[in-house]
Write a protein that binds this ligand. Structure first.
Ligand code: ZN
Length: 376
């Protein structure tokens, strides 16, 4: 493991980090397997396992499946040795989640709360998050922090909103918004947070485009397992690809953006129904609703067709509408994309997102988990 330029301390730290990461990836393993797979000596592995156990990060859970000979202990990470909170701020409500070191939701809540810049909102937000943390009984040594997903572009340091026409939150600063939240916080654009959640749980993905069919449409790009930011943090704002210069006015000031034809809002306006009502009628075979849905799927297919011509990567469809979509809808969407595309795509290029409305909250919490895991 050691190289000429590394100090003994650095090598020790890397060994410990690699052992912890290996156990995390494997979920359960034995001492001998760590030795064999990481090519580290038995005494080094023994020493580091002892350290990790003393720190409460790794524990023994019975015996590893035996391959003959002496029984070996099974080692696993302590999943809730650290937790992180994620908050998703929407126009009329907030979602709060806590995730463990595997990114699994261990606690969640949703509260009606109309977004409004000002002290009253900051206090209510702080009080709801404080209650959530108190109920979870996490002390400050276990709680890594709270990520706040918000509709609007957060600056690189996650401390303020640099573009936010949907919530009219331009210039909103973390120090104001999070002043009553009793832990370290950071801000992140909700689409990027959601893409992080997808990335965390799809270990096979290297590059992807992510479409969020929420009230407002969202988009993000993943390149080399990182969220693509662009030079001005505007990379991946797929919702503002304009497909009709004479189309409907978008909140960004342009006309004919995908937002104006592919958002969940648009489906509601076109149908005059709530999404629950719309999909209930659709599943009952109502002809008008069927026609509206068919036209909507066509527009999504057209958008994905255009993305694919440029990107040629898997596309993850997530968000509010994705929750209502059946396998049959996804199959239909695939067929239509194939119909419009100039070349064939592999069958598995279109993926359904996995976490529904909680995705941005989960992704914003994972930022803290991810950062902490680098430090073990
Ligand atoms: Zn736009």
């Amino acid at each position: 493991m050691a190289t000429g330029s590394m100090t003994t301390m650095e090598v020790k730290k890397i060994n410990k980090h690699n052992i912890y990461t290996f156990i995390h990836e494997q979920r359960h393993t034995s001492k001998q397997k760590i030795v064999d797979m990481l090519h580290i000596s038995l005494s080094t592995v023994t020493h580091n396992l002892k350290l990790l156990e003393e720190e409460g990060l790794v524990h023994r859970t019975g015996y590893y499946q035996s391959t003959g000979g002496r029984k070996a202990y099974n080692f696993e990470i302590v999943k809730d040795a650290r937790v992180a909170v994620g908050i998703d701020i929407l126009k009329d409500c907030i979602h709060i989640v806590a995730v463990d070191l595997y990114g699994m939701v261990i606690k969640k809540s949703k509260h009606a709360l109309n977004f409004l810049i000002g002290e009253d909102y900051y206090q209510k937000l702080g009080s709801l998050v404080s209650d959530f943390i108190r109920e979870g009984k996490w002390d400050s040594s276990h709680l890594l922090g709270a990520g706040i997903a918000i509709q609007g572009i957060a600056d690189e340091s996650g401390t303020s909103v640099s573009y936010g026409p949907i919530l009219d939150n331009f210039g909103l600063h973390l120090s104001a918004l999070a002043q009553y939240i009793p832990c370290q916080c950071l801000l992140i654009h909700d689409s990027k947070a959601a893409a992080l959640a997808e990335l965390w749980h799809n270990k096979d993905i290297t590059d992807a485009a992510v479409l969020f069919l929420n009230e407002n449409m969202g988009g993000a790009l993943i390149r080399n397992r990182k969220i693509y930011q662009g030079d001005n943090l505007r990379g991946g704002l797929l919702e503002h690809i304009s497909v009709d210069p004479n189309g409907e006015l978008c909140y960004c000031g342009s006309r004919g953006c995908l937002e104006t034809i592919c958002s969940a809002n648009k489906l509601r306006v076109l149908s005059g129904l709530s999404l629950d009502e719309f999909f209930q009628k659709l599943r009952e075979g109502d002809a008008d609703t069927g026609k509206t849905w068919s036209e909507y799927l066509d527009r999504i297919a057209f958008a994905i067709r255009n993305l694919q011509v440029i990107l040629d990567v898997p596309v993850i469809v997530n968000g509010l509408l994705a929750n209502y979509m059946t396998e049959e809808d996804f199959k239909e969407l695939r067929n239509r994309i194939a119909k419009y595309s100039p070349f064939p795509f592999p069958q598995e290029f279109l993926l359904a997102g996995q976490y529904g409305p909680l995705t941005p909250a989960i992704g914003s919490a994972l930022i803290f988990i991810d950062k902490w895991m680098q430090t073990v």
